[in-house]
Ligand binder design. Structure first.
Ligand code: SAH
Ligand code: DHB
Ligand code: MG
Length: 221
């Protein structure tokens, strides 16, 4: 009663309620054919991101970690009209696949893909005046999570929502040894969140077709 069941239930939820459309399916297929890793958010998680954008009435969204643009499509679909989404990606191959997927899904005109290391792109966004963002989805390298959280707070305003993916890591988040750079990144980020008075935060553990993991959600006070 583990991964097989989580996958079967996830498939049931996806088929009955999430109703992923052809553009989203095509985005995953193109990403796989291009050899990108199969680590996009699940359909159910993608739809939750869309719902958060809807609830927030988000007109400006930042994503850190584009891959093939699968989560980007969900987020862009949750934005109100006139909304803009900026997504940061270090790998040009990923960005090229994402551009094709976003255009094919009909959201290409509202999404800017910024190629380069996120820690170099974030200060530029601030200087260019793209801030503050209503919603920020953090889903790139986990060792830099402390820096991504600090930047996300800087690029937010009261009411902004920050979502961070992959923060439970099969329960390895409890490992205090520092052996795993991703786990160390999550734990250091959590210390920063705990010390940040403007952050109202929780973490939800999840099981899905992607296994046992979880996401942190922060509302900026
Ligand atoms: N959000 C995507 C999945 C992102 S996977 C989805 O759910 O569909 C993580 C992505 O972050 C990969 O494409 C990887 O190349 C990118 N990445 C890793 N380190 C990065 C960095 N330092 N700056 C920008 N992007 C980075
Ligand atoms: C990995 C990254 C992710 O963002 C994810 O959701 C799952 C796995 C990874 O780097 O392995
Ligand atoms: Mg992820």
């Amino acid at each position: 009663m583990k991964q097989d069941q989580w996958t079967a239930v996830d498939r049931y939820i996806t088929d009955t309620l999430v109703k992923q459309d052809d553009s989203l399916r095509a985005a995953l297929k193109r990403s796989e054919e291009a050899g990108l890793p199969s680590i996009s958010v699940s359909p159910g998680q993608g739809k939750l991101l869309m719902q958060l954008a809807m609830i927030r009435g988000a007109k400006s969204i930042l994503e850190i970690g584009t891959l093939g643009g699968y989560s980007t499509i969900w987020l862009a679909r949750g934005m109100g009209s006139g909304g803009r989404l900026i997504t940061l990606e270090a790998e040009s191959r990923h960005a090229e696949v994402a551009r094709r997927n976003l255009d094919a899904a009909g959201v290409g005109s509202v999404v800017e893909i910024v190629l380069g290391s996120a820690l170099q792109s974030l200060p530029k966004l601030e200087k260019q005046g793209h801030v503050p963002f209503d919603l920020i989805f953090v889903d790139a390298d986990k060792s830099s999570l402390p820096e991504y959280f600090t930047w996300s707070m800087k690029l937010s305003k009261p009411g902004s929502v920050i979502v961070v993916d992959n923060v439970v890591r099969k329960g390895e988040v409890l490992d205090t040894s520092g052996r795993d750079a991703s786990v160390a990144g999550v734990r250091r980020m959590n210390e920063l969140i705990a010390a940040e008075e403007r952050a109202c935060a929780t973490t939800i553990q999840t099981v899905s077709l992607k296994g046992y993991d979880g996401f942190t959600m922060i509302v900026v006070k």
